[in-house]
Design a protein around this ligand. Structure first.
Ligand SMILES: Nc1ncnc2c1ncn2[C@@H]1O[C@H](COP(=O)(O)OP(=O)(O)OP(=O)(O)O)[C@@H](O)[C@H]1O
Ligand SMILES: O=c1[nH]c(=O)c2[nH+]cn([C@@H]3O[C@H](COP(=O)(O)O)[C@@H](O)[C@H]3O)c2[nH]1
Ligand SMILES: NC(=O)CC[C@H](N)C(=O)O
Ligand SMILES: [Mg+2]
Length: 549
């Protein structure tokens, strides 16, 4: 397999495996845009790995990056305890001639660490879209002096004095140093955010850094990623071990299962769990789709009574998630033990369709300075796993975003059926995170299932389903007064949510035509007894999340 010339000492991945791609390392100092930097790098066909900014130099050296980007962040470099780079970082990059691009806080950190001066700007902060102008020809830009462009800024501090060998290559209208470089030391800094769309030539500048300055090989292609994952599975699972695969009917696990099945064949045993929190007729439909399209043997386990029993009286969202997560693991254990009893097969691996955002939201890497470095919610497949899990995990999609997973599923070598690839995401905890409060409250599940089915069918009928990232209904544990057929009603309120997104990390609500909302609302109130009010959620993520819980 192609490995970019790193045949002897390949860098290690988080799971102890080896990586064959040219890597651009992104060090995270807590910017809300760090994910976006990692994505932009990948969009340019270069593998990016994201690590917390205070990672050790040893770890960085193991990764063997061919370029490094330092993210922005909420801190000020001159404040005590502000996140810093490991000592010896720049000595090492300069010795190895690895180009480093600092963005915003990353640029300020570069200046500060190398003996320059960063201060709260005497010229005032710069927030939002601003015009900048190049002051001289440079390596950083492929254009000459006096070129102007609009960029997106968000900073209060600025570089006042630059370290040795640095020059200013662009300034803002206020005179702030917004682009600096030391071509000799292979160090570059941008005070603005090239990764956000509002920086009109931002992506070109990133491309120029990756392709022309760092001369990286554009070898992050889905075909290579697939081949590399297959190879990893061969190495890790070996020629005889068996694995169980948690299949949900969703895109992630369908792609993960198809991939692992290529290596394991009959040694892969798939299980689909009905935890009582699925949508209307979902269990039967999913089993049908597996049979007709995926051609993998799947065992359905009905665990609904037990799960719903265990959720009685629990209203706290994280407590609900933990319970549901634990019940998945119980099913997997029982399923594996059953295989051992029946056929003498003892599966030692568990395959899951875990994605990068699941990991980021559940357990941000230790040392991450992200504003979001809190656990936003414990995704059942990551934060909800017990410490003494009896399986080793196989998660071939753990570093990918959902649009990348869909692209992998569409590769001719994978050929995952469209019904899986087009399906909206549906979380493992299911309707459990779409009923506010106790999942077992009277009417909750029954009402929600009917409303959700009407809404989704209307989207399909109206040709809107594929335009939307995810749509669903939410059951609110409140009643309000209404009037139906001249009679007073005191019935439930349901919320509808539909969002557009590219990877689930940020999202915006979908702007339906009023006629569509009117028709859906009427249909729901006319056909679901106990509902007399329908509201539409007009909150983006952030500040909301996609699910309600
Ligand atoms: N009902 C289920 N039965 C078995 N495994 C499940 C079930 N729900 C979720 N899982 C497991 O948890 C993983 C994460 O769930 P998640 O919902 O993120 O992925 P998905 O269902 O495969 O895809 P999607 O995000 O498109 O719904 C799945 O990939 C699968 O391994
Ligand atoms: O498998 C999953 N297990 C979970 O526990 C989980 N929680 C949220 N989601 C899905 O992740 C995406 C982002 O969700 P939020 O904006 O609600 O955090 C959305 O697509 C959510 O549906 C989950 N998927
Ligand atoms: N966006 C950033 O990285 C900001 C850096 C620093 N906190 C400033 O305000 O200047
Ligand atoms: Mg799912």
């Amino acid at each position: 397999m192609e490995n970019g010339g790193a045949a002897k000492k390949k860098p290690r991945l988080e799971d102890g495996l080896q990586h064959a791609h040219t890597v651009c390392l992104v060090l995270d100092f807590g910017s809300q845009y760090t994910q976006l930097i990692a994505r932009r790098v990948r969009e340019n066909c270069i593998m990016s790995i994201l690590l917390p900014g205070d990672v050790s130099l040893d770890r960085i050296q193991e990764i063997d990056p061919k370029a490094i980007i330092l993210s922005g962040g909420p801190n000020s470099v001159h404040i005590e305890g502000a996140p810093a780079l490991p000592s010896g970082f720049f000595e090492w990059t300069e010795k190895k001639t690895i180009p480093v691009l600092g963005i915003c806080y990353g640029m300020q950190l570069m200046v500060h660490t190398l003996g320059g001066k960063v201060q709260t700007s005497s010229l005032g902060g710069e927030y939002g879209q601003m015009r900048i102008r190049t002051t001289q020809a440079s390596q950083l830009y492929s254009y000459e002096a006096d070129h102007s462009q609009l960029v997106w800024m968000s900073h209060g501090d600025s570089a006042e004095d630059l370290p040795a060998d640095f020059t200013v290559v662009a300034t803002s209208e206020q005179g702030v140093k917004v682009a600096i470089e030391s071509a000799k030391r292979r160090l570059y800094g941008l005070q603005y955010h090239p990764e956000v769309m509002h920086s009109e030539r931002g992506n070109l500048t990133l491309q120029h850094f990756l392709n022309s300055i760092a001369s990286l090989k554009a070898d992050w292609k889905m075909e290579n990623v697939l081949e590399e994952e297959l190879e990893k599975i061969r190495r890790v699972v070996g020629p005889t071990a068996h694995a169980i695969c948690a299949l949900s009917g969703g895109v992630d696990s369908a792609v993960a299962a198809t991939l692992v099945h290529k290596v394991l064949g009959d040694r892969l045993h798939c299980v689909f769990v009905d935890n009582g929190l699925l949508r209307l007729h979902e269990a039967e439909q999913v089993m049908d789709t597996f049979k007709n399209h995926l051609h993998l043997p799947v065992t359905k386990v009905d665990d609904s009574e037990r799960v719903l029993g265990s959720l009685k009286g629990i209203a706290d969202p994280e407590a609900k998630r933990k319970k549901i997560g634990a019940s998945f693991i119980d099913v997997f254990n029982n399923f594996a033990n059953g295989l051992e009893k029946k056929g003498g097969i003892k599966p030692t691996f568990l395959v899951q369709g875990t994605l990068y955002p699941d990991v980021i939201e559940s357990c941000p890497p230790p040392g991450s300075h992200q504003k979001h470095s809190h656990t936003i919610k414990s995704h059942h497949n990551v934060g909800g796993l017990p410490k003494d899990l009896q399986f080793k995990l196989v998660e071939p999609l753990r570093e990918l975003f959902k649009d990348e997973v869909r692209a992998m599923g569409r590769l001719p070598a994978m050929n995952v059926p469209e019904p899986f690839l087009r399906r909206h995401p549906f979380p493992g905890p299911g309707l459990g995170v779409r009923i506010l409060g106790d999942v077992t409250q009277p009417d909750g599940l029954a009402v929600l299932r009917q409303v959700d089915a009407i809404f989704i069918q209307a989207l399909k009928d109206g040709g809107l389903y594929d335009k939307i990232w995810q749509a669903f209904a939410v059951f609110l544990p409140v009643r309000s007064v209404g009037v139906q057929g001249d009679q007073r009603t005191h019935s439930y309120v349901v919320a509808l949510r539909a969002v557009i997104s590219s990877d689930g990390m940020t999202a915006d609500w979908y702007p339906f035509q009023p006629e569509f909302l009117r028709a859906v609302s009427t249909k729901i109130c006319n056909s679901v007894r106990l509902v007399n009010r329908v509201v539409y959620d007009v909150t983006s993520k952030p500040p909301g999340t996609i699910e309600w819980e």
